[in-house]
Design a protein around this ligand. Structure first.
Ligand code: SF4
Ligand code: MG
Length: 326
């Protein structure tokens, strides 16, 4: 059977002046049905751009210049917005960091969920309202009859994120893309939303592509994680494998910068340097400028992804040829 989502050697480039600058290169990965996959990396690594590609929502100055996306066995035409709009909502839904920007401030929140159901499920108004209230309860909102008529500004950030999740899931999409959905929330509420997403994955079976700069958050929700750096996938492995046996020097740095009990009271590690901007990416390994293990080879030759264990791929010269260290 084919994967729910497959990205095949996708390249996305921005046009600045007369030049095209690749922002994503050689992006290949699959998400199977019901799977939970995380994408982690600092900002500027291409996580959000990858998710926008999957939604067919690339910014106007960007274009898919190579490869493609196959959703549920259907190749998605990069240019056809019509093809995408039939897919959005029903097959793929998305939630964002800031629900306020995605909700209509002038419409009661319950009605916004119901309208989603009416648009995509061709149900009556009454049935849509019933489904909306049912979904509001499912995402852990209480007193939904009253809440149905509330406006976004009357809700807390955590409640609004639950409304967004209800809206995203009302049409039972096969894939939910969550882009930093808890970054703006305080730690307690963040934990509750992560629990909710995991529950929804188990009970409804929606696959989740979860995007975060925080590996600690991804660990809570995902089975597998893809590490991105400067527009490339640099490591792809089951979460447990990444936590126990990180290979790529960038992944090692991300793990070192996670807070943990034994590091309490000490300043958190941060990887020195910064992600090169898209106009500033030369040949060689994109991480070479920040990597403690870089050699001359790294400066001139971009490493390929290579398999180091079952389901574990790394893009680093140290692990070329199946993991034999050079
Ligand atoms: Fe570091 Fe070289 Fe590996 Fe890049 S290829 S991560 S620079 S060791
Ligand atoms: Mg982002």
């Amino acid at each position: 059977a084919s994967a729910l989502l497959e990205l095949k050697d996708m390249e996305v480039a921005f046009t600045i002046g007369k030049r095209a600058y690749p922002a994503l290169q050689q992006i290949s990965f699959k998400v199977e049905e019901k799977e939970t996959v995380g994408i982690v990396g600092e900002s500027g690594c291409g996580k959000s751009l990858t998710s926008l590609s999957v939604m067919g929502l690339l910014p106007e100055t960007a274009a898919m210049t190579k490869g493609g996306i196959i959703l549920n066995g259907q190749p998605m035409e990069p240019a056809s917005s019509e093809g995408w709009s039939t897919v959005r909502g029903k097959q793929v839904s998305m939630i964002f960091q800031n629900p306020m920007s995605a909700l209509n401030p002038l419409m009661p929140v319950g009605k916004q969920i119901a309208e989603m159901a009416m648009t995509h499920l061709s149900v009556s108004k009454q049935e849509a309202k019933r489904l909306a209230m049912e979904m509001m309860a499912k995402v852990g909102l209480s007193r939904v009859e009253r809440l149905y008529d509330d406006y976004p500004h009357q809700l807390s950030g955590g409640m609004m994120q639950r409304i967004m999740i209800a809206m995203a899931l009302i049409c039972s999409p096969k894939l939910l893309i969550a882009d930093e959905p808890t970054t703006a929330l305080d730690v307690t509420i963040q934990g509750q939303i992560l629990d909710l997403l995991r529950d929804m994955n188990r009970s409804i079976g929606t696959a989740i592509l979860f995007i975060s700069h925080d590996l600690g958050v991804i660990r809570e929700v995902c089975d597998r994680v893809i590490v991105m750096y400067a527009g490339y996938i640099v490591e792809d492995a089951p979460v447990a494998e990444i936590l126990d046996h990180p290979k790529h020097p960038y992944t090692v740095g991300l793990l070192q910068s996670l807070p943990s009990a034994d590091k309490r009271g000490r300043p958190l590690y941060t990887i020195p340097g910064r992600v090169p901007s898209i106009t500033d990416r030369g040949p060689g390994c994109p991480f070479a400028g920040r990597c403690p293990s870089a050699t001359d080879l790294c400066e001139s030759v971009t490493p390929e992804l290579s398999q180091v264990a079952a389901g574990h791929q790394v893009r680093c010269h140290l692990y070329a040829n199946g993991g034999r260290v050079i």
